[in-house]
Design a protein around this ligand. Structure first.
Ligand code: FES
Length: 432
């Protein structure tokens, strides 16, 4: 089950670490966020090294639908009510800047970059669309109302962000990473302060950025309480429709749409990892009803780290881990969030900007309703007597019949049928 991006992109290869080294900034994790951090540090003239346990962008990045937009669902009215207008504006501005930065970088990289409008639609409620438009007006951003969109169903309304973008994430990553200081197949086994013990040698760093999708240091920051993971599914159809934009349903469990060349991507079916799902079934049913002449060319699944309050965690890892930074919890919006993370962390490390009292601060309050859900899942899966246990923190694993994997409902680690690690935060294969 290769994603379209994996199947159509040849990524550059990088050597393994084979000796002890020193570096000013060690970036751990070579997904989109880690690669962009390395790129920004390189541009700023900082001595840096990136290490990736397997191959760069071979984890979540290869499975994204790669929408480059500051429109992250109907988010802004929620951010204003939870964080206040000032912080909601910080979020908006960082993500609008991220769209512009991608546009600038992509002008020199052959990555099928296209400017497209993005839309969040509601099937039932014009009120929630109007509320979001009002929230955006309050933040000084001119979004537009759309009463019709070129999808095969009618809507109550949509919020339109003009001039956002889409691209091929692996073609972009291949282009931007090729001259960076990267070691692949170099797994960090232990962190002692800012010293990293890897399978290829010891790295003495002054600062560390943890960009490993789900942060792997459990002792600090309580990320095992602050994050959970969701799976969602994509099909790519030939002979379906050119929808000329990026679309997502405001409702939980709704679908998303975009084209890549002559294919139409339909995404959806989200659920907490380790919970029951119908995987690609609903998407295929929708395609059968609405695009009866289409043919499915690809299908794949992705996994996202979800925070307690819809904003990522970007900044100092915790109050007790000096010199360690983190970028995680992109809540399904990994492209602009990765770029925002790279810009923020590079600014913090070079001292260009401080970002105190920021919407992305990892040390903000954790007292949100989702905390109770996360704690409940942890408790019921820890006391479950099933014998297959997750090596992360010991929860009972659930068999995923669609993807033939053992999935953890607590924090989303996944393993192949014979116990090989697929997705973190676990760092090792199953023992039994
Ligand atoms: Fe944390 Fe399984 S992922 S216990």
């Amino acid at each position: 089950m290769l994603s379209l991006w994996e199947d159509t992109t040849k990524m550059p290869a990088f050597k393994n670490l084979g000796k002890d080294i020193k570096t000013d900034v060690l970036v751990i994790g070579g997904g989109m966020a880690g690669v962009l951090c390395a790129y920004m540090l390189n541009q700023a003239g900082v001595d840096y090294t990136l290490v990736e346990a397997k191959n760069i962008c071979g984890g979540i990045t290869k499975n994204t639908t790669a929408k480059i937009t500051a429109q992250h669902g109907l988010l802004y009215h929620k951010l204003i009510s939870e964080f206040g207008a000032e912080k909601a504006k910080q979020y908006l501005d960082m993500n609008l800047n991220a769209v512009d930065k991608f546009r600038e970088l992509c002008s020199n990289i052959n990555c099928d970059f296209e400017n497209k409008d993005s839309y969040v639609y509601s099937l039932e409620s014009k009120d929630i669309i109007d509320n979001e438009l009002a929230a955006l007006r309050k933040l000084g951003y001119k979004a537009e109302f759309a009463g019709n969109i070129p999808l095969p169903f009618s809507i109550a309304g949509a919020v339109r962000f003009k001039n956002q973008a889409q691209f091929s994430p692996l073609k972009f990553a291949a282009g931007i990473s090729k001259d960076l200081n990267i070691y692949e197949n170099t797994k960090v086994q232990q962190l002692i302060g800012t010293k990293a013990v890897t399978n290829g040698g010891i790295i003495n760093a002054k600062r560390i950025i943890v960009a490993t999708h789900f942060p792997f240091l459990n002792k600090h920051g309580a990320y095992f309480l602050k994050l959970y993971q969701q799976r969602s599914y994509v099909i790519a159809l030939e002979n379906a429709q050119n929808v000329n934009g990026m679309y997502i349903d405001a409702a939980e469990g709704g679908f998303s749409f975009r084209n890549y060349k002559d294919l139409l991507f339909i995404g959806g079916g989200e659920h907490r990892t380790g919970k029951k799902s119908s995987a690609w079934h609903e998407l295929r049913e929708f395609a059968r009803m609405n695009y009866p002449d289409s043919e499915e060319k690809y299908h794949w699944a992705t996994q996202d780290c979800m925070t307690l309050d819809s904003a990522p965690y970007i900044g100092e890892y915790s109050g007790s881990s000096n010199g360690v930074y983190v970028a995680t919890g992109f809540n399904k919006w990994g492209m602009t969030s990765s770029m925002a993370a790279a810009q923020i962390l590079c600014d913090m490390i070079t001292g260009r900007k401080k970002y105190s009292n920021n919407v992305f601060s990892p040390s903000r309050t954790i007292f949100r309703p989702q905390l109770v859900v996360n704690a409940f899942e942890a408790v019921i899966n820890l006391v479950n007597f099933k014998p297959k246990r997750c090596p992360h923190l010991g929860c009972a694993l659930k068999w995923n019949p669609y993807e033939h994997s053992w999935d953890c409902p607590c924090h989303g680690s996944r393993f192949t049928a014979d116990g090989k690690l697929i997705d973190n935060p676990a760092t090792d294969d199953l023992k039994n």
